[in-house]
Design a protein around this ligand. Structure first.
Ligand SMILES: NC(=O)c1ccc[n+]([C@@H]2O[C@H](COP(=O)([O-])OP(=O)(O)OC[C@H]3O[C@@H](n4cnc5c(N)ncnc54)[C@H](OP(=O)(O)O)[C@@H]3O)[C@@H](O)[C@H]2O)c1
Length: 245
C-alpha cells in the first residue's frame, strides 16, 4: 500500500525507533500520523516539526480502556505500528520475582494483542490497511541476557502469524519486524554493533509499500536469521553464550 496519503498510528513514538518511524512517515507524505506515548508531553518537539499532520495522543498499551478510546479517536487509521516495547536485562534464573517477566509480556505481547483487537475493525472499515509489529531477532532464538524479553518476542511473532491468517480475508497486510541491536535507549547497555533507528524505519515503510511480510532490517538480524536457517543448533549455542552477568 502507498505510504503517501496514509493515516498511521505509532505506539511508543516519543523516542527510539518509534520516533524515527513517525519522522519517516512524515517525510514520505503520510496524511496524518497519530504519535502516541505514555507521557504526551514527551511528544512536543516531534509534533512541533509538523503540527498539521502529527497528532499527539496519550496511550499506555497495557491500559485496555485507553487502547479502546484511542481506536475511537483514531478511527481513520490505515497503518497501525505496534512499536512500544520494554526489555528487562535478566536471565530466567536471575530472580524468583515474576514481575520482570510479567512486565515484558504485558507490553510486548498483551499490549500488542489489545491494540490489534481494537484496531482491526477500523482497518477493515478503511479498506484493509496494514499492521506492523516490532518483534525482534530474539523472537527466533533466546538471548539468555534478555531471557523473558526473548520469550515475549517469540509470543509477539506467534501473534503476528496468527493475526495475519485471521485478517487475510479483510485484506490487512501484517508485517513482522525482527531487528538485531539498534542504537536506542533500550540497547544502551548491550555491548554490540548497533544499527541506527532510521534504518529500521526505512525498512518498515519499504515493507508496507511493497507488501513484504517479514523484515530483517539490519546486518546482525539478517546474519542470525540466515544462521538459524543453515545451522539452527549452532546459532542457538552461539547466542546462548551471552549469559547474564
Ligand atoms: N533497540 C533494540 O535493540 C531493539 C531490537 C529489536 C527490537 N526492538 C523493539 O523495537 C521497539 C522499539 O524499541 P526501542 O529500541 O525504540 O526502545 P526504547 O528506546 O526503549 O523505546 C521504547 C518505547 O516504548 C514505549 N513504551 C514502553 N512501555 C509502554 C507502554 N506500556 N505503553 C506505551 N508505550 C510504552 C516507551 O515509552 P516511555 O518513554 O514512556 O518509556 C518508548 O517510547 C520495541 O518493541 C523493541 O522491543 C528494539
Amino acid at each position: 500500500m502507498k505510504i503517501e496519503g496514509s493515516v498511521a498510528l505509532v505506539t511508543g513514538a516519543n523516542r527510539g525507533i518509534g520516533k524515527s518511524i513517525v519522522e519517516a512517515l512524515r517525510d514520505r507524505g503520510a496524511a496524518r500520523i497519530y504519535a502516541t506515548a505514555r507521557d504526551v508531553g514527551a511528544l512536543a518537539s516531534l509534533v512541533a516539526t509538523d503540527p498539521e499532520r502529527i497528532v499527539p495522543l496519550a496511550l499506555d498499551v497495557t491500559d485496555r480502556a485507553a487502547v479502546r478510546a484511542a481506536a475511537e479517536k483514531a478511527k481513520d487509521v490505515t497503518v497501525l505500528v505496534n512499536n512500544a516495547g520494554t526489555a528487562q536485562f535478566t536471565g530466567f534464573l536471575s530472580t524468583d520475582d515474576p514481575a520482570a517477566a510479567q512486565a515484558d509480556m504485558d507490553v510486548n505481547y498483551f499490549g500488542t494483542l489489545s491494540m490489534i483487537r481494537a484496531f482491526a475493525p477500523k482497518l477493515k472499515a478503511n479498506g484493509g490497511g496494514a499492521i506492523v509489529n516490532l518483534a525482534s531477532i530474539a523472537s527466533f532464538v533466546n538471548f539468555p541476557v534478555l531471557a523473558s524479553y526473548s520469550a515475549s518476542k517469540a509470543a509477539n511473532h506467534s501473534l503476528t502469524q496468527g493475526v495475519r491468517a485471521e485478517l487475510k480475508a479483510q485484506g490487512t497486510l501484517v508485517v513482522g519486524v525482527y531487528p538485531g541491536p539498534i542504537d536506542t535507549d533500550m540497547a544502551k547497555d548491550f555491548d554490540a554493533p548497533k544499527a541506527p533507528p532510521e534504518q529500521v524505519a526505512t525498512a518498515i515503510l519499504d515493507a508496507v509499500a511493497s507488501g513484504t511480510e517479514d523484515v530483517f532490517p539490519d546486518e546482525t538480524a539478517a546474519g542470525l536469521h540466515a544462521g538459524l536457517q543453515s545451522d539452527p543448533k549452532g546459532t542457538e549455542q552461539q547466542v546462548g553464550e551471552m549469559l547474564p552477568g
